[in-house]
Design a protein around this ligand. Structure first.
Ligand SMILES: Nc1ncnc2c1ncn2[C@@H]1O[C@H](COP(=O)(O)OP(=O)(O)OP(=O)(O)O)[C@@H](O)[C@H]1O
Ligand SMILES: [Mg+2]
Length: 294
């Protein structure tokens, strides 16, 4: 497919010169083909990013800027039309067992129990015995705090519990990279905060390389080693903000002065993108919602 968009590279800050990158995106361009007009549509244009093994990276950016498109390309679900996208130095061409995705909505099989759902990913891999699968699934059900609910069906679980099952299913397959696209967006505010803390606890125990998309700047900062800001569409990397906050992190760190500075910096970067454009900011922050005068 022709490269229709001008290709500006995102600013790169190498997080570490010592470790080889787990994921490397260099000038990645992604187009959709629009059937009704028979034209390509550029969603991502020249995105460059490196993620080192075990790093937790959050991506934020204006709505429609290409975050999900980029994540789908990392998962191998979406072909790229320019640049290079590599996992461990090998071009990503299709989905693989080295990556696992957690979507916004819990995507559980309603006719399977919690255990049946977590076992499912392992069944697809097909190289474990039934006993091994069950043991492994139970281990991750415990890790996400759902022991006692192995025989429950998805309809009997709250939204937060369903997302825990999704997380357990993804982790049980032992991926090298965990890809999360707004996994907590459908949850109420308290459950969401609780799940953020739980995710950090689980990530601390597994240390998977993680790429996490969110509209919530606080969530992005709280979780990540680094927050990547995308430009408006066609998306590319505008800024890398290294989050130098100690771990383990309590939720109370969100009131820390340095935390608020990071939040401010990221908010300003996104706001700059949407100030003159038509795209909605699609982010939540510590600022009060805008209320019209009349
Ligand atoms: N299947 C598709 N076919 C054509 N265009 C698409 C398709 N999926 C997404 N797009 C377009 O690509 C652009 C990027 O979409 P994408 O879903 O990646 O954005 P996003 O940054 O994840 O947005 P949001 O924050 O709202 O989730 C948008 O303009 C969208 O309309
Ligand atoms: Mg999206």
């Amino acid at each position: 497919m022709p490269r229709l968009c001008s290709g500006l590279s995102g600013q790169m800050i190498r997080p570490s010169a010592l470790n080889a990158a787990k994921l490397r995106a260099q000038d990645v361009t992604i187009h959709y083909w629009i059937e009704r007009s028979a034209t390509p549509f550029c969603a991502v244009d020249g995105a460059s990013l490196e993620i080192r093994p075990g790093e937790f990276v959050s991506i934020v950016g204006p709505s429609g800027c290409g975050k999900t498109t980029f994540l789908n390309a990392v998962d191998g679900l979406q072909p790229i039309s320019g640049g290079a996208l590599e996992l461990n130095g090998t071009p990503i061409q299709h989905p693989g067992r080295d990556r696992a995705m957690v979507f916004q909505q819990a995507s559980l099989l309603p006719w399977r129990t919690v255990l049946g759902n977590v076992v499912y990913g392992l069944e697809l891999q097909g190289d474990t015995s039934r006993r091994e699968r069950t043991e492994r699934a139970q281990e991750f059900i415990r890790l996400v705090g759902l022991n006692g609910f192995e025989d429950a069906f998805p309809t009997e679980l709250s939204g937060g519990m369903q997302q825990r099952v999704n997380l357990a299913r993804a982790l049980a397959t032992d991926p090298e990279m965990l890809l999360l696209d707004e996994p907590f967006a459908a949850l109420d505010a308290q459950t969401r905060e609780f799940m953020q803390r739980e995710l950090l606890r689980i990530w601390g125990a597994t240390r998977k390389t993680a790429l996490f998309i969110t509209h919530d700047i606080k969530e992005a900062v709280y979780l990540a080693d680094r927050v990547v800001v995308f430009t408006k569409r066609p998306g590319r990397v505008k800024a890398n903000v290294l989050i130098d906050l100690p771990r383990p992190r309590e939720l109370s760190i969100k009131r820390d002065a340095r935390f608020l500075e990071y939040e401010d910096e990221i908010w300003s970067s996104i706001e700059e993108e949407v100030r003159d454009g038509v795209a909605a900011p699609a982010v939540t922050s510590r600022f009060e919602p805008f209320v019209p005068a009349n």
